[in-house]
Design a binder for this molecule. Structure first.
Ligand SMILES: *Cc1c(COP(=O)(O)O)cnc(C)c1O
Length: 229
């Protein structure tokens, strides 16, 4: 199947849902991103700052760029001029830097709080609900005007166990609903639940995802050895 066919197939499954597609383009050259764009994709996800910053000027300006990988504070400045959403916010320190760079660029940058939902050790450092609430209650956060928290993001365990995946997606949705009720009841902009990847997006849609992040089911397997850096 071609990139266009894959995208059309995904879009067909999203018909009638509240969920949109983020095409995860990491490691793929701009020609393939252009193909995805021609097929209708407008939300693109990258996990590395340098790669995103290199590709962005090569492609149409109406693409929404979503950063989905761990972001170091010293690299925020490279994407602050154009990034639409930083899905991988995992600390107050990072929010403070996004605020600073948003101010410098006279922009408001959308941010998702990334929660720990998988049972894998490697995903520590991400938010638990109390940690997220502590930030939302802080003076420091309330003084921020160049970013906007618009949702939550999570990466489920890499497993075939459907019941476990559903539990993890439900956990993330529960965090979203708790935060919505307590901190964003009047904020229509807080509305995104980013969950689901190539292997598990169908379950994620059923569990209330509003953004699926799909790479290999569109572009095929990634070859990290030849990836653009
Ligand atoms: C790479 C990546 C994806 C897409 O993964 P696929 O399995 O190729 O669909 C989704 N989310 C994040 C955070 C990623 O790093």
């Amino acid at each position: 199947m071609s990139i266009a066919e894959n995208i059309h197939h995904l879009e067909a499954q999203l018909q009638g849902t509240n969920c949109r597609l983020v095409a995860v383009t990491k490691t793929h050259p701009v020609e393939l991103l252009r193909e995805a764009y021609e097929a209708g994709a407008r939300l693109f996800g990258e996990n590395k700052v340098q790669e995103m910053a290199a590709k962005q000027p090569e492609l149409p300006a109406d693409i929404e760029w979503h950063l989905i990988g761990h972001l170091q504070t010293n690299k925020v400045k490279y994407i602050a001029p154009f990034v639409h959403t930083i899905q991988s916010v995992d600390s107050l320190k990072l929010l403070q830097e996004i605020e600073k760079q948003g101010a410098k660029n006279d922009r408001i940058i959308n941010c998702f709080l990334q929660f720990h939902i998988a049972d894998e050790e490697t995903k520590t450092g991400l938010f638990s609900l109390p940690e997220a609430e502590e930030i939302l209650q802080s003076e420091a956060y309330r003084a921020m005007h160049h970013l906007r928290i618009t949702g939550v993001m999570g990466i489920a365990t890499n497993t075939d166990d459907e019941a476990q995946l559903r539990r993890e997606f439900q956990e993330l949705r529960g965090y979203f609903e708790k935060l919505k009720a307590s901190y964003f009841a009047d904020a229509e902009t807080f509305r995104e639940i980013s969950m689901g990847m190539s292997a598990d997006y169908r379950l994620a849609i059923e569990e209330g995802s509003t953004l699926i992040r799909v790479g290999s089911a569109i572009f095929g397997h990634r070859n990290y050895a030849t990836a653009a850096s």
